[in-house]
Design a protein around this ligand. Structure first.
Ligand code: CA
Length: 50
């Protein structure tokens, strides 16, 4: 993932199961990685079609 505003120590793939990005965790402006099972709000990326 081409992204640089990770929270300190992230992305750490804790437990080897963190395949999703998470923002607003501890600080609203930086990201961590997180498991993809916990229920949290999400966004998806897909190609635009006109
Ligand atoms: Ca993490």
């Amino acid at each position: 993932m081409d992204f640089s505003n990770w929270r300190q120590g992230e992305p750490n793939n804790a437990g080897g199961v963190e395949g999703c990005g998470l923002t607003g965790f501890h600080e609203a402006t930086s990201w961590g990685n997180f498991d993809c099972i916990s229920p949290v709000p999400f966004i998806c990326k897909k190609p635009m079609k006109y």
